[in-house]
Design a binder for this molecule. Structure first.
Ligand SMILES: [Fe+2]
Length: 391
């Protein structure tokens, strides 16, 4: 088995062709469709290189394997599907990502059942591509749908695990989770240390030459963000603090709406043209993060909990998060005037609806670190986390 890597300097993306020279069987991992945002123009320069390599070596590409729905470049999957007859596969959790972005970007054409992909892979599933066997390892965290592909002794880790001198993927996209990423990387670190790691990007820290190969052993020893000895609390603290400082990816909206649709460009309008949807937000972009009760419960000391329900609910059967402040939704605008917009705030209600509204309200007012407690106090109680009923 052999690997040919392609590097896109525009988005720091690594695309891999994995092939068996004898049989000619091949898969392509994470191909790129070039997109010039200013001209709003796509081009196939990157996939052309991949296709030329495939032709030159007379390879049969069975699958395009996506490690996740990328938020920083458009996928070249459709182009390779058309040209090479390859099928497109991705982790089955892509459906959760589709649902999130259908809502967020109002993508009415988007099916959220994963049907635009040829295969939805579950953890442990083996894909056969001629003489190649590809194992799917679910590695959520950067997004809930992220997977790592294992082919022999080679792991294609997408944005879960990068080169050891760069670290790990960010976890602040909708439904991302630093806790989940820690667990995912821990799973990878439990694999034999000679296995090779090939990341989805290389950001060339310190300006070093592009690199696309490290090992599990080296990562476990030397990864600058997450070593074998790093505790979950340490990692989550580092990851969430760092994520707060990262700007949104330049191609976030174009990428995500195309990639959740398996790399298809949006539907053609009556005038024959296609359009991308770009939402406008007032003020600085808020971080849109849904958080799980168990994840924030552990970090209660460093977060401010704002409960936007009515007083009777606050002291009612579901109770409230100990230490939470009661600020009914109707009073939020007034009360929040005196708050520090840099302070991380977790918004809480009964089931997660009003708190999402509150997050939008605060985002408009310039608050930058907002978390919505997914499932509200109902989920908090279900997780049997401590509550208070006193005012
Ligand atoms: Fe990514």
């Amino acid at each position: 088995m052999e690997i040919q890597a392609f590097f896109d300097p525009d988005t720091f993306t690594l695309t891999y062709v994995v092939f068996d020279r004898d049989s000619g069987d091949a898969v392509v991992i994470d191909p790129v469709l070039d997109y010039d945002a200013l001209a709003s123009q796509t081009s196939t320069k990157s996939v052309d290189k991949v296709a030329a390599f495939v032709q030159e070596h007379a390879l049969a590409v069975h699958y395009v394997l996506e490690t996740h729905a990328h938020a920083d470049h458009l996928s070249g999957a459709q182009s390779l599907r058309e040209r090479l007859g390859a099928k497109i596969a991705i982790g089955t959790q892509i459906r959760a990502v589709q649902a999130t972005f259908k809502d967020l970007l109002d993508l009415q054409h988007l099916a959220i059942d994963g049907s635009q992909f040829d295969r939805l892979l579950v953890d442990g599933e083996i894909v056969t591509a001629g003489t190649l066997q590809i194992e799917t390892i679910a590695t959520p965290g950067h997004t809930p749908a992220c997977v790592t592909y294992r082919i022999g002794d080679d792991l294609f880790t997408g944005d879960a695990l990068f080169m050891h001198d760069y670290g790990t993927g960010r976890c602040d996209f909708p439904r991302g989770s630093a806790e989940a990423l820690y667990d995912s990387v821990s799973r990878l670190y439990a694999l034999p240390e000679h296995l090779r790691v090939h990341p989805g990007h290389d950001y060339r820290p310190g300006g070093r030459p592009v690199a696309w190969e490290t090992t599990i052993g080296r990562s476990r020893r030397d990864n600058v963000q997450l070593r074998g000895t790093t505790s979950k609390a340490e990692f989550v603290e580092m990851r969430t603090t760092r994520d707060r400082t990262l700007p949104a990816p330049r191609l976030l909206y174009p990428s995500i709406q195309v990639n959740v649709d398996a790399g298809r460009l949006p539907p053609v309008h009556a005038n024959g043209r296609q359009y991308l949807t770009i939402p406008i937000s007032e003020g600085p972009a808020p971080s849109l993060v849904d958080v799980e009760p168990t994840d924030v419960a552990a970090r209660r000391g460093e977060l401010t909990f704002i409960d936007v329900r009515e007083p009777a609910e606050f002291t009612g059967e579901l109770g409230h998060v100990p230490g939470a402040a009661l600020v009914p939704l109707a009073t939020l605008a007034e009360r929040s005037r005196s708050w520090d917009p840099e302070r991380p705030i977790v918004l809480v209600c009964r089931s997660g609806g009003r708190s999402a509204q509150a997050a939008t309200e605060l985002a408009k007012r310039g608050f930058r670190h907002l978390y919505n407690l997914r499932g509200g106090m109902m989920a908090w109680n279900e997780a049997r986390l401590p509550i208070d009923r006193e005012r």
